[in-house]
Design a protein around this ligand. Structure first.
Ligand code: THU
Length: 165
């Protein structure tokens, strides 16, 4: 038997003031996106903003539906839009936040498992670590560099290439 302890590196900032300027802009864009979220059912508005290698920022927010499973998270709306329209631009960073929920959220919003899976794929496609900046409505900010921190042992196309040819 063998046991392994994994190390995960997370950076915690007290507030936006500690962010480097382009990450601050990204977070602000995510916040703006959260305001426009279509979340009439959960009332949980999430915003995401993706920064591409060329500096362009793509916003996304959660899109809900009366047929609940038809909705999509903010992160995937932004990432899929980015990859649909700028397939050759690597995703450098993504900021995720929330806005104006009934109870104030003072802790970071961390992406759901499906969004982490999509991030892992785009990170591999980009060939560079994706930075994820997470914050609630205000306060503490969490930053990770590389999706492995959010999704260790992820399923990537390596398996398909290795066993499915
Ligand atoms: N949601 C996101 O947009 N991103 C996440 O990472 C977690 C959850 C959305 C989906 C749904 O519209 C609402 O939040 C409540 O789950």
């Amino acid at each position: 038997m063998k046991k392994e302890i994994l190390k995960l590196e997370v950076t915690y900032l007290d507030s936006e003031e500690e962010l480097v300027p382009n990450d601050l802009i990204l977070l602000q864009q995510a916040r703006q996106a959260a305001r426009d979220a279509y979340a009439p059912y959960s009332k949980f508005r999430v915003g995401a903003a993706v920064r591409l290698a060329n500096g362009q920022i793509i916003k996304g927010n959660n899109q809900e539906n009366a047929a609940y499973p038809s909705g999509l998270c903010a992160e995937r709306v932004a990432l899929f839009y980015a990859n649909a329209n700028y397939p050759d631009q690597a995703v450098e960073a993504i900021a995720v936040t929330t806005q104006g929920n009934s109870k104030p959220i003072h802790e970071p919003i961390t992406p759901c498992g499906s969004c982490r899976q999509v991030m892992a794929e785009f990170e591999k496609k980009a060939g560079r670590p994706m930075k994820v900046i997470m914050q609630g409505e205000e306060g503490m900010i969490m930053i990770i560099n590389g999706i492995q921190t959010l999704l260790p042992f992820s399923f990537l196309d390596d398996y398909l290439l290795k066993y499915n040819s």
